[in-house]
Design a protein around this ligand. Structure first.
Ligand code: DON
Length: 305
């Protein structure tokens, strides 16, 4: 039976308006602090590529850490299992920019979705690609069939100016011999990847590939079944940092958040959903986005469990 996703979204919209949002917009990247906290959008794409929208779902925002899944997916299709020699697959239970575990574990980041892990993944891509920024953007545009997706240079610059913890992580990784390229070059690529600007509508097109067993929205195969299984497993266990357990408990879907207020999640073979609400809870995840996704999976009974 096909779900009536539009009615479900409409009822989420009605109730969302009544929610008390106490979270705060991220300001450690100055450019992100200008975003209106009251924005809220949501898009669902189903397995027939029908799209359903509410609110500010066509407005662009900074995807931030959501891009880590895309860098991971590109690196996996380029280097395969070798990647796991340089980055682990265990949840960290720590905030996204935590450093002490990295020191204790000899510069091998716990997983590819914390900052340190994504920096290693970016290093892998920098080693493999002549122009990683262009190639990554092309990859994202190809899998979504959307040539309008771009970096936001102001956000990338802003993050570079205040990216002290990422510089610390990259230097620590380098000191353990787990970074092949210059710290500056790798971080320039990392900051650009996080600065990708997309709407909820675009995000579900990009992440369709992980819902559709490695076949993108144009029906081209980019990932093997086993690679998609691994990426979705990592999203489920590591996609929300020290709130990954809470997200699995409340929502029950693999997903990924970003400090721009976006969350994307998916139910394999059924649908992919993106939410955007910039006010973040204490763990750096969108407060209203998490609420909306909990309501979606509870009301429909559609989760992986
Ligand atoms: O490196 C950073 O801190 C940001 N570019 C990304 C952090 C982020 O989105 C964490 N996710 N909730």
């Amino acid at each position: 039976m096909q779900e009536d996703f539009q009615s479900i979204l409409d009822s989420i919209w009605k109730e969302a308006k009544k929610q008390k949002v106490t979270g705060e917009v991220a300001d450690y990247i100055p450019e992100l602090s200008n975003i209106e906290a009251s924005k809220f959008g949501m898009t669902i794409i189903d397995n027939n590529q029908n799209r359903f929208n509410i609110g500010d779902s066509k407005e662009n925002f900074s995807v931030q850490s959501i891009a880590k899944v895309l860098a991971l997916s590109m690196a996996m299709s380029m280097v395969g299992e070798k990647l796991w020699k340089r980055v682990g697959v265990e949840p960290s239970g720590d905030p996204f920019n935590h450093l002490s575990l990295l020191e204790m574990e000899n510069g091998i980041p716990r997983n590819p979705l914390i900052n340190a892990g994504a920096i290693v993944v970016c290093d892998v891509l920098v080693s493999k690609l002549e122009d990683p920024k262009s190639a990554f953007l092309e990859y994202v545009r190809d899998i979504s069939n959307d040539q309008t997706i771009s970096y936001d240079e102001d956000v990338a610059k802003s993050e570079k100016k205040t990216g002290f913890r990422n510089y610390a992580a990259a230097n620590l990784i380098k000191s353990f011999g787990n970074l092949e390229n210059d710290v500056e070059r790798v971080l320039d690529f990392y900051f650009h990847s996080c600065s990708l600007s997309m709407s909820c509508e675009q995000l579900v097109k990009v992440f369709y590939i992980f819902m559709n067993r490695g076949k993108c929205i144009r029906d081209n195969v980019y990932l093997t079944l086993s690679q998609v299984k691994r990426i979705n497993a990592i999203m489920l266990t590591c996609g929300f940092y020290d709130e990954a357990g809470e997200f699995a408990f409340e929502v029950g879907l693999p997903g990924k958040s970003g400090v721009g207020g976006g969350i994307v999640a998916l139910l394999p073979d059924k649908f992919c959903v993106a939410t955007w609400s910039p006010a973040l809870n204490k763990k750096g995840n969108s407060q209203l986005g998490m609420w909306a996704l909990e309501k979606l999976t509870t009301d429909t009974g559609l989760s992986i469990f």
